[in-house]
Design a protein around this ligand. Sequence first.
Ligand code: GDP
Ligand code: IMO
Ligand code: MG
Length: 425
Amino acid sequence: MKVDVLLGLQWGDEGKGKVVDVLTPAYQVIARFQGGPNAGHSLHFEGKKYVLHTIPSGIFREGSINIIGNGVVIDPVILSEEIAKLEKDGVDVQGKLLISKKAHLILPTHRIIDAASEASKGKTKIGSTLKGIGPTYMDKTGRNGLRVGDIVSGEFEERYGRLKEKHIELLKQYDFPYDICDYEKEWLAGIENLKRFRFIDSEHVVNSLLQEGKAILAEGAQGSMLDIDFGTYPFVTSSNCTAGGAVTGSGVGPTQIKRVLGVAKAYLTRVGSGPFPTELFDEVGDKLGEVGHEYGVTTGRKRRCGWYDGVVVNYAARVNGLTDLAITKLDVLGCLDEIKVCVAYECDGKRYTTVPEHQSVFYHAKPVYETLPGWKCDISGVRNFYQLPREAKDYVDFLEQLAGVRVSIITVGPDRDQTIDRYWK
Ligand code: GDP
Ligand code: IMO
Ligand code: MG
């Protein structure tokens, strides 16, 4: 019937997993369209926290169909661990998960190349999650990769061996010691485990489901500023996290997409290296990190914290063709007397209200701030926009104005229930 897309607008960890989980009752199908185990999507409900890396965030809903699309890269070890945890919690993963035959496999040697490449970069390292994402997408575009469909092709072992040898040759250029034996054993066991799942041609399945009248939510990973094309290159990931990725990563045509919901945190965080004009190095930044529990769910790294950047979100709204905005973690700002919002950058005497074509601006941008009063209270129990304190409503309205897109959803806590639906339904 229709496809809606949900994606991140900043540098990842905006709270996408939580919002997908909230919205899933209205969709029969949830499809992840890019990224891989570099992602960590947290969901809280019934007093428990769950973290998903490769599996779509609809997996907990009864009767849902969860598709790992062709644009995703899969590490069979991490995916198998994720499945085992869910099955232990009583989730019927086998009955609800479909995996695209065209999704690429992350080999043990891809992880080593990732680590060797990062180590060789020294100070200019990307801050990769070291899950092998970049090297796997390189083999995909270089037309050397192994795909899920190859697992059952009859010549899998031979092809795996050939690609591994190629990687071992490549690794000779790095002075990087490694041993893949243990991980390789786990990897081969992971491949065996995946054979019990249904491998599909996601483009056909997704379109058939649409014809049957099913509603599909396409779930993005990472965020628009980590997009390989539109992000802060080279400090980005290796896939298209923006709306176009939903088309190429699942097989739906652009005319099937109805709404594009962008998720943005009420302040800003980033993990790994790269420019971050509104980053805070003071006690306010520390406070946001502490109150917001800003530690990466995939790597455990401390997230860098800063003020909301209206320039970034305005840009992301454009490149994604956003129809709706979700503002998450508004409750966290309740700890501050006043809140700053970046409304423009100043660079070489020029003022920018959206990211200019020359992204070098990011490196010298001086943020221009507008200061808004805080509300200094706990809003985590509020479920209706009109019950928010006036300052919080004004803050949301201000972000809406900067983005030029209506704020349809606001979240005020990690739990499924801690959500304000303003205009979405
Ligand atoms: P994702 O990668 O975009 O899915 O986001 P992550 O799960 O990596 O990071 C978001 C973190 O914020 C998780 O720990 C969530 O449980 C938490 N979270 C999500 N929404 C809210 C919210 O409204 N308030 C608070 N305090 N925490 C939230
Ligand atoms: P979710 O889906 C935040 C960052 C890494 C690094 C850069 C490249 O949870 O929002 P990679 O491993 O892809 O080569 O790393 O991208 N990164 C993320 N940051 N959230 C994520 O995913 C991320 N996935 C990758 O920290 O800076
Ligand atoms: Mg995350």
